[in-house]
Write a protein of this length. Structure first.
Length: 391
């Protein structure tokens, strides 16, 4: 197969969606397929490179409003590979329209991955004006009005949301693969906790990831501020990326307002190969999201056997297992009570869940094969006898 991915971000951009597509793309190469990725160009990256057999073509667009420029300029660049493709795979939000447009012109089947449905959430973003939220919602509805060969989602919750947005869609759930990260044996729990400035008697909560608005970090911080009144031995470690920077700065300002500088430690994101050691150094991981398409952080922590304090938002109840305390998303007092319950060992014990990458990759191979087999044959292909099947 000749597969073209149209994605607003790809390696080295860090995120759950990027991990999904990088893993799938590289797996397709190992299976003998040809793979091209079109994505936006990040600072200090090459315009063209081949990584693990995947040809990556990055489009240079202005850094301010990068994803929006990608939406409008991508069709001018992506057509050569799509013209020769067997299948095009794109994802929400900003890559969906250019991927669909060019693929439709060349009559190539399009697979759309929908990570989350945000139609009603844009207006809740505190930094977004009402008119911008309205435009974002309008564009998202437009994406969901387009015909695709297949619509794929990462959770049952997202599938239901997609069907509400367009009842004509019949989304297929393909859970994202999650590998059990290996702990670094050279890094001890005690070493990490010393770096976090915690005592042996402290009960340590850990949040790790990006400080996006939908991640609910403010809820966790404010809930923690209430919880320490009853449990003064609590400590909170925020392992935060600085992207987006404005959100990172807002979190710091909130900590100052609540006078939590002594009880909360902010540390930079650690390398991927050290993440498991950091997760296990905490007493529990907190995932306070207001919305989640899948919930990589929660799933990874659970697979490691770590306990989690997690909101009941979106897909999170689908992916967590082991020792869990739930709370209502956005509810500060409920978050505080959940933190206190965790510190007292009051867990809900759920059966173990796994998400093998082998299943994820096999499902995408099947989906690509099915949509290619059902694609109408063009006049050129009929004249040349060209067919498109799995290698």
């Amino acid at each position: 197969m000749k597969i073209v991915y149209v994605l607003e971000y790809y390696y080295p951009h860090v995120g759950g969606v990027e991990t999904l597509f990088q893993t799938v793309a590289e797996a397709m190469v190992k299976l003998g397929h040809s793979v091209v990725v079109y994505t936006s160009r990040l600072p200090n990256t090459l315009r063209n490179e081949t990584r693990s057999g995947v040809r990556i073509i990055r489009l240079s667009v202005p850094p301010i409003g990068q994803r929006y420029f990608f939406t409008f300029f991508a069709p001018l660049f992506i057509w050569p590979a799509i013209r020769k493709a067997d299948v095009v795979h794109t994802t929400t939000y900003n890559a969906a329209w250019p991927g669909w447009l060019v693929a439709t012109v060349f009559r190539r089947p399009v697979v759309l991955s929908i990570q989350e449905v945000w139609i009603d959430l844009w207006r809740m973003l505190p930094s977004m004006p009402w008119w911008s939220a309205w435009l974002h919602g309008l564009y998202e509805r437009f994406i969901y009005s387009l015909p695709y060969a297949r619509v794929v989602v990462g959770s049952q919750h997202t599938a239901e949301a997609v069907k509400r947005a367009n009842p004509k869609y019949h989304p297929e759930v393909v859970y994202h693969g999650v590998a059990i990260p290996a702990a670094d044996p050279t890094i001890t729990r005690e070493t990490i906790r010393r770096e976090w400035r915690t005592e042996t008697t402290d009960f340590v909560l850990l949040y790790f990831g990006r400080p996006g608005w939908a991640k609910g970090i403010e809820i966790a911080v404010q809930g923690f501020a209430l919880a320490i009144r009853e449990r003064p031995n609590l400590k909170f470690v925020l392992q935060l990326s600085k992207n987006p920077l404005d959100r990172y700065q807002q979190i710091i300002h909130l900590l100052q307002e609540l006078h939590l500088q002594e009880q909360v430690t902010i540390v930079p994101s650690c390398p991927r190969d050290q993440l498991a050691s950091h997760i296990l150094a905490a007493d529990t991981v907190i995932v306070p999201s207001l919305s989640e398409g899948f919930g990589f952080s929660a799933a990874e922590a659970c697979l490691l056997g770590q306990s989690v304090v997690v909101s009941q938002a979106a897909s999170l109840p689908e992916v967590v297992s082991g020792r869990v305390v739930f709370f209502s998303p956005g509810d500060i007092r409920a978050c505080a009570q959940a933190i206190i319950a965790a510190s007292q060992g009051q867990w809900l014990h759920l059966p173990r869940k796994t998400f093998p990458w082998e299943n994820t990759i096999a499902n995408f191979v099947r989906i690509y094969s099915e949509v290619i087999d059902r694609r109408p044959v063009t006049t050129m292909e009929a004249n040349t006898g060209t067919t498109h099947r799995l290698k």
